[in-house]
Design a protein around this ligand. Structure first.
Ligand SMILES: Cc1cc2nc3c(=O)[nH]c(=O)nc-3n(C[C@H](O)[C@H](O)[C@H](O)COP(=O)(O)OP(=O)(O)OC[C@H]3O[C@@H](n4cnc5c(N)ncnc54)[C@H](O)[C@@H]3O)c2cc1C
Length: 407
């Protein structure tokens, strides 16, 4: 089970070399370009240079699964084989975009692969796969508890040969980014339908459609995650043609269910990389700082913290691999138990590991001079994005009780 294919191993070796040659040496330059940018949500020249290099190196669209091999040059990878690659990318928060493997675009591209018509794919999926444009997935709303997707209120009404959208969304990742051109918007088209799961529809809305206003960029723990960012958006009589519907009227909930499983796993894979890098930095720090006559590394409590962190990263990695293997063998639908177990365990474990490593770096660990603060923010928000932990625990708990109660 723990042997990755030769293809995955070769790609990982190439990716590690690429990270050493092009990503780590550019971390300072990237931060400087972002700090100097007049518009924090404009594409950075460095990102474009690195994307070209990644394409040339054959490290492009690595997220594309085997059953969608026709959409990439490398022939697709199993979940299990993609896990170590996503982990490697997670060692630098902005690195996944270099390889066209960042959220939310990977999840959105999979929506286009699974549910879009040929015409919709030609118009949006092709430039997304080429990294020319970016996309957003707009579901969450400020005025309702959106962890219950049946609550959402944005109105989608038919008027002649158009859909008309009215409502407000927030925390829409990528919407601020200048390169983002298309929103996948979920709203209610049939609020009176007796089935709460057939009331929703998803439509494709070009970002420049009249009636769309980007209200503000949002931050989490002070981070704006620019240039991709998260936005609050108002839709005021936004009109798109009927053919912009995805899959069909009333099928929005079904798409939402299908989209979020793989995306949750990808976050967990990347987070393992963020934790592993934090641990490595903490070990270097512990070996090089001295308090009370000896290096930090010689204090018992520091060794305990390092040992706990190492063990927890190993646990988290094994869980990700176990779930990935199950998805490959049995599919996403049959793996929802393991996906929920992973989604509710890994971000919290990683957050704790990163917190310990931050502490060992003293005051500096809390600043942007080091990797940990931004990585901590990433782990923390992954406990909320794609549904809060409690909702997944509610569903998983029920499933497990049902499984064993009558035995
Ligand atoms: C950085 C970031 C990026 C995001 N990106 C996107 C995006 O691109 N597109 C998008 O549509 N959304 C996005 N989200 C939003 C995210 O999916 C929602 O925040 C999440 O689904 C929860 O919805 P809510 O914020 O309305 O919380 P609410 O539904 O109001 O829930 C609040 C809290 O109630 C508790 N709770 C809820 N249900 C239960 C329960 N059954 N049992 C016990 N406790 C419960 C939980 O503690 C939960 O955190 C993003 C969020 C963040 C932080």
């Amino acid at each position: 089970m723990f042997q990755h294919s030769e293809k995955s191993q070769l790609l990982l070796a190439k990716l590690k070399t690429f990270m050493d040659e092009h990503i780590y040496p550019n971390e300072t330059a990237y931060a400087e370009q972002l700090h100097r940018a007049e518009n924090r949500f404009a594409p950075l020249p460095l990102m474009d240079e690195l994307k070209e290099k990644a394409k040339a190196a054959g490290l492009w669209n690595l997220f594309v699964p085997e059953d969608h091999a026709q959409y990439c040059e490398h022939g697709g990878l199993s979940f299990f084989d993609y896990a170590p690659l996503a982990e490697e990318m997670g060692r630098v928060i902005w690195a996944p975009e270099v390889f066209n493997c960042n959220a939310p675009d990977t999840g959105n591209m999979e929506v286009f692969m699974n549910y879009a018509t040929q015409a919709q794919q030609d118009k949006w999926l092709k430039p997304l796969l080429a990294g020319e444009i970016r996309s957003s997935y707009a579901m969450t709303e400020p005025q309702v508890a959106s962890s219950d997707a049946t609550n959402i209120q944005l109105e989608i009404k038919k008027d002649g040969d158009e859909w008309v959208l009215n409502g407000r969304k927030w925390f829409i990742t990528g919407a601020m980014y200048e390169r983002t051109k298309i929103f996948i918007v979920m709203g209610k088209s049939d609020p009176q339908n007796p089935s709460r799961h057939l009331q929703q529809t998803q439509v494709l809305v070009p970002k420049d459609t009249p009636g769309i206003t980007l209200i503000r960029p949002l931050t989490t723990l002070g981070y704006d995650d620019a240039p991709i960012g998260h936005a609050e958006i108002v839709f005021d009589n936004v009109r798109v043609p009927l053919e912009n519907v995805l899959l069909g009227e009333g099928r929005g909930f079904e798409i939402a269910q299908g989209r979020l499983g793989p995306g949750r796993m990808h976050h967990c894979m990347r987070l393992i990389g963020s934790a592993q890098r934090s641990l490595e930095l903490a070990c270097k720090r512990a070996a090089s700082r001295t308090t009370f006559g000896r290096t930090l590394s010689k204090h018992q409590s520091v060794r305990e913290e390092i040992s706990k962190s190492f063990s927890e990263i190993e646990m988290a990695r094994l869980l990700v691999l176990r779930t990935s293997h199950k998805i490959d063998e049995e599919g996403v639908a049959a793996s929802v138990d393991m996906i929920a177990a992973t989604k509710t365990t890994v971000p919290l474990l990683v957050q704790t590991v990163i917190d310990r490593c931050m502490q060992m770096h003293g005051a500096g660990g809390l600043t942007e001079d080091y990797f940990m603060a931004e990585a901590f923010n990433y782990a923390r928000w992954c406990r909320q994005a794609d549904g809060p932990d409690q909702v997944h625990q509610m569903a998983l708990g029920k499933k497990i009780i049902d499984r064993y109660a009558d035995q």
